[in-house]
Write a protein that binds this ligand. Structure first.
Ligand code: G6P
Length: 642
């Protein structure tokens, strides 16, 4: 998804901008660009289709330099990937980068065209640039002009703005799409996420919706919407005069103090190290990531409910029903949790993709806990579903929801900040677009939630204690499962030249089959479908033809006998089954069936362990097909638009 980097400093900031773009590459994009104020009145701009490396090559032949600038990686929404559509967009002396979607761009475009503006692109962003230019003529102040333009925009956006005549100032604004301010020794920065700026600072302000930030190299002021932030706001009219060179306060906003948060990170976390791809590195990090997610949350025989957050006891104690809402891989984790929560904690559970949940009337019984799962904490649909669910019912003025729990990997993300309770997965930064360690740590956090819910509801303690002991041992089992890296590498010939494949599972391993199929299609571009194996004869069997690869997830889960019969049906029709199985299942390799052993694990934790061979398999098939594993075509890591 689009990425923003901007900087204002005491020295040439081009290297910071380019490094920031490189660090945002993982989000997925199709073009990149940069604009700097090279000298008072002079804007320099370079844009290229393709990778940041192409932009760097262009900059090497036509260098730019300046002490303020904005940069962008674009993931096409309005208009194809092209140089004209790439950001920054310029109007007069203004340059703008933007992430998000302006829903009323059509109306605004017509209005601006009638006012004499000529458009060079098909993007919604160019509307913002012209709008600011137009407002600047009326307001004669850049901050005021940005605020007035923003007031006319519908939709979700984050933006960065510079002006050729104002080389000392940069403006950022957030409404619905993420934007952080980096506070450095040599200047101030804007980034779509902190990772973009870790080479220059680890101190950040997480902007809130409606915030507008004005920064020079020495000062940084955040202005929040008066209605939303008056509690913490310091109205400028109260005597706090603007710094020299800083713009006047815009009429609807007040100065607000946002906390500066130090981003705890480990440099190795965002380095590929010895691995050829981030995805492979992140698969191998899972034993540690799961151990970190469990750290401090397990007692001798129980989950430490209070360690899940101050509000956890009260919230879980009052829970009568759970709605789990997420997108993509996170949705698959939620599907697994439904099996656990209903069987182990006896809590009725509903799971839905966020893009559906947010647009329908959901009947939530009293005592419903709304749970979101999100690696990034910024997925637009998930965030909107949470806001929609927790807003009071228009008719009654009340909400049936108890509150919200966000299971999230990014502290400080929008979801983490807005949820009633946040359970962080400590996976560390996940760079590969295809989610791996974020998924297994989500599952780990969901098992903690399940056991906490079981304890609070007075579930039998013996099974809880056994599962807690097995959870503690889980990182070791995952470590053993890493040996499947080499084994799966030898299996790629079954898939390399195929265009279709099926994945089968039963019970809690049906969602694992769904996730396996998603991984394969995301990065190898092989069409992959997953089915609950019992559904085969209701349609999917028609797809089985000679040599069709079929992957089965076969742990010792009480349903493996049924699954084995389903696999016979596939083999009888010429399908070639690859089964990842527990040695105790009795499955054995034979004509049309290859069995790969997975380390033994109890059935409740098997979904976590069986994720690894499926991740490895997709990875090796993708490498064999020569795709861009970490940045698959058309996909984005963090989907911050609808
Ligand atoms: C994108 C990513 C997926 C991810 C999904 C939800 O599609 O490519 O890997 O599962 O978004 O993201 P979230 O950050 O909410 O888990």
């Amino acid at each position: 998804m689009c990425g923003i980097v901007a900087a204002v400093g005491t020295q040439d900031i081009l290297p910071v901008l380019v490094e920031g773009l490189r660090r945002l590459e993982y989000r997925g994009y199709d073009s990149a660009g940069v604009a700097l104020v090279e000298a008072p009145g002079v804007l320099g701009r370079t844009r290229e289709v393709g990778k940041v490396a192409a932009l760097e090559a262009a900059l090497a032949s036509r260098p730019l330099s300046g002490r303020s600038g904005i940069a962008h990686t674009r993931w096409a929404t309005h208009g194809a990937p092209s140089q004209d559509n790439a950001h920054p967009h310029v109007s007069g002396k203004i340059a703008v980068v933007h992430n998000g979607i302006i829903e009323n761009h059509g109306v605004l475009r017509e209005r601006l065209e009638s006012a004499g503006y000529r458009f060079d692109s098909q993007t919604d962003t160019e509307v913002i640039a012209h709008l600011i230019d137009k407002e600047l003529m009326a307001a004669n102040d850049l901050t005021e002009a940005v605020a007035r333009a923003a007031d006319q925009l519908d939709g979700a956006y984050a933006m960065g703005v510079i002006h050729a005549d104002d080389p000392e100032r940069m403006i950022g604004m957030r409404q619905g799409s993420p934007l952080v301010v980096g506070i450095g020794e040599q200047g101030h920065y804007l980034g779509s996420d902190p990772l973009a700026l870790l080479s220059v600072t680890d101190r950040f302000i997480y902007l809130e919706d409606g915030d507008l930030v004005v920064a020079t190299h020495g000062h940084c002021r955040v202005h929040g919407l008066a209605s939303a932030s008056v509690r913490e706001g310091v109205p400028v009219t109260g005597g706090d005069a603007p710094e020299a060179g800083e713009a006047r306060q815009d009429s609807d906003r007040v100065r607000v103090e946002r906390p500066v948060v130090r981003y705890e990170h480990d440099d190795q976390a965002i380095d590929k190290g010895e691995f050829p791809h981030y995805m492979l590195k992140e698969i191998h990090e899972q034993p540690l990531a799961v151990a970190n997610t469990l750290e401090g949350r397990l007692g001798e025989d129980e989950v430490l409910v209070d360690a899940l957050g101050d509000a956890a006891q009260a919230l879980l104690g009052a829970t009568r029903q759970i709605h789990l809402v997420a997108c993509g891989t996170s949705y698959h984790a939620a599907l697994v949790a439904r099996y656990w929560l209903e069987e182990l904690a006896g809590v009725p559970c509903q799971v839905e993709v966020a893009s559906e949940y947010r647009y329908r009337r959901v009947v939530a019984p009293e005592g419903t806990l709304f749970v979101t799962l999100s690696q990034s904490g910024e997925t637009a649909d998930t965030l909107a579903a949470m806001r929609h669910a927790l807003s009071a019912d228009a008719a009654t003025g009340e909400s049936p929801y108890l509150g919200s729990l966000a299971i999230c990997n990014v502290p400080g993300s929008s979801l983490a900040r807005e949820a009633t309770l946040t359970l962080l997965t400590h996976a560390g930064p996940e760079i590969g677009v295809a989610s791996t360690k974020a998924f297994t740590t989500q599952l780990t956090a969901l098992m903690l939630l399940t056991l906490a819910q079981r304890q609070v509801r007075g579930g039998e303690a013996g099974l809880t204690a056994r599962l807690v002991r097995r959870l503690r041992y889980l990182p070791t089992v995952l470590g053993d499962a890493l040996a499947l890296d080499g084994v799966t590498a030898d299996l790629v010939d079954r898939f390399r030249d195929r265009e279709h494949s099926l994945f089968l599972g039963r019970g809690a391993h049906f969602p694992i089959a769904l996730e396996g199929a998603l991984k394969l299609k995301e990065i190898s571009y092989i069409h992959a479908e997953a089915f609950a194996a019992g559904e085969l004869k209701h349609g999917p069997l028609a797809l089985i033809a000679e040599g069709m690869p079929v992957v089965a997830v076969a742990p010792m889960d009480g349903l493996v006998g049924k699954l084995a019969s389903n696999l016979q049906e596939v083999r009888a029709r010429g399908g070639r089954v690859l089964a990842f199985a527990d040695p105790d299942t009795g499955l054995a390799s034979a004509e049309g069936l290859e069995v790969v052993w997975v380390p033994a694990v109890c059935r409740f934790l098997a979904p976590i362990v069986y994720s690894l061979p499926l991740q490895f398999l997709s990875y090796h098939v993708a490498v064999a097909r020569g795709t861009d594993v970490d940045k698959p075509r058309n996909l984005a890591k963090s989907v911050t638009v609808e």
